[in-house]
Design a protein around this ligand. Structure first.
Ligand code: ADP
Ligand code: MG
Length: 416
């Protein structure tokens, strides 16, 4: 099947040589049973590629399942993948089939493969090499015929060097590597993608399609897109829904872009190689966001307070004030979708932000807990609420991995 046909059929947008090359490799290997390793940043379309490969293979009428290895707790992942026998661990009241059993004949997409515990890696290697697996708590060897497509946004070779990923598994998995390019590697595709999403959402919400003016286009293309196509799609949707004016200026667009570009802050990118460094980066991202939210609340409070002093009757008509009030009231349930224009955008949001010029210079103490852990917990609860308990989305919003979120839920004893 030629590349254009694949793009049309699977709704893949873009024309950059790297994307075309990735699609070409995907279509060439689809009809083999070779294991494929898809590499690329979050949101570039790795899962979409796995679906394409499965759909173009002769397994297409058999099951396909996507498993996020990073989201399954270490204690249960073997059982999820390979099944378990009754009584094999506390809580195993029944025996259970694993994915390698239920998907027999089909394709398993193992996302975030770098997060797989070493023990599970050994079991996976056995499936890949011999088509054999054993349920947890059993001694019976079972056969399965499953095609594996794995994906990661990590440098697996680096994990191999750190002893976190089996070298033999790495070479077994990367029989066919596919690299899906990030948006910043293919800036020529950014506006095409935006236009397509804007048209789709206009259709969905039955409105006219939003249009970017020249300046807005430049801003769009220069934004770093740490969340890649997923982020671009979300922003296209927000703008389509929330903008009454369909002609979007750079200033309007800026309101929808994230105030910080976490992946691009030098301090954060620093050494994502070590997992400690990475966790530290995650924590720091939470803190940035936290500072930002707190500062915003404080600024709003100051505004309201001054407004009340100036209007003792309480009969204020200032729409910004009323908005601020509304926002504060709903702060418990929902974070505002965009930043108020008086808050510094993007690049300024580093710790320095705390010293930024305020519109109002009043001296005051904020009567609230400034304990970082309290705040982190609060933020996590807020994110879970906002995303109706969907951990994946909450983690994305918090800028941490699902596994980190899971760990923190346990750490802070948060019931969802
Ligand atoms: N080239 C593309 N054209 C159109 N939509 C895309 C493209 N790449 C990704 N998407 C969409 O972006 C979103 C994120 O893709 P996904 O495959 O989940 O990314 P990843 O698995 O790499 O995090 C999905 O909604 C997907 O359909
Ligand atoms: Mg994904």
């Amino acid at each position: 099947m030629d590349i254009q046909t694949i793009k049309n059929r699977f709704g893949i947008i873009g024309n950059s040589p790297q994307l075309n090359y990735a699609l070409q490799v995907a279509s060439q290997v689809a009809n083999t049973d070779l294991t494929v390793l898809i590499n690329g940043e979050s949101g570039v379309g790795k899962e979409a590629f796995s679906v394409i490969i499965h759909s173009l293979s002769n397994r297409k009428h058999n099951p396909f399942i996507a498993v996020n290895c990073g989201a399954i707790p270490e204690g249960t992942i073997d059982s999820e993948l390979f099944g378990h026998e009754k009584g094999s661990f506390t809580g195993a009241v029944d025996s259970r089939k694993g994915y390698f059993e239920t998907v027999n004949g089909g394709t398993i997409f193992l996302d975030e493969i770098g997060e797989l515990p070493l023990g599970t890696q050994a079991r996976l290697l056995r499936v890949l090499e011999a088509g054999e697996y054993i349920r947890v708590g059993s001694s019976k060897v079972q056969k399965t015929d499953v095609r594996v497509i794995a994906a990661t946004n990590k440098d697996l070779l680096q994990l191999v060097q750190q002893g976190k990923f089996r070298e033999d598994l790495y070479y077994r998995l990367s029989t066919v590597p596919i690299r899906v390019p990030s948006l910043h590697d293919r800036p020529e595709d950014i506006h095409i993608l935006f236009r397509k999403f804007a048209a789709d959402f206009a259709d969905k919400y039955k409105t006219a399609s939003v249009q970017l003016d020249e300046e807005a286009k430049t801003l769009l293309i220069n934004y770093p897109w740490p969340g890649n196509v997923r982020e671009l799609k979300n922003i296209a949707e927000q703008i389509s829904v929330l903008s009454e004016d369909k002609n979007i200026s750079a200033r309007q667009l800026q309101k929808f872009l994230q105030p910080y570009s976490s992946n691009r802050l030098p301090a954060v990118t620093g050494n994502s190689a070590s997992s400690n460094g990475h966790d530290f980066a995650n924590e720091r991202e939470i803190l940035y966001k936290l500072f930002f939210d707190m500062k915003k609340d404080v600024t709003e409070l100051k505004r309201m307070f001054l407004d009340m002093l100036q209007n003792p009757s309480g009969a204020t008509q200032d729409p910004a004030f009323l908005n601020g009030l509304k926002e504060l009231k709903s702060a418990g349930e929902m974070q505002p979708v965009y930043m108020p224009a008086n808050i510094a955008p993007a690049q300024n949001l580093q710790p320095v932000l705390m010293h930024n010029n305020d519109e109002i210079h009043a001296h005051e103490e904020v009567e609230e807990s400034l304990n970082i852990m309290d705040k982190e917990k609060e933020l996590i609860i807020k994110a879970l609420k906002k995303h109706k308990g969907k951990r994946k989305d909450a983690a994305l919003d918090l800028g941490i991995s699902e596994r980190t979120l899971y760990r923190k839920l346990k750490e802070y004893d948060i019931d969802e």
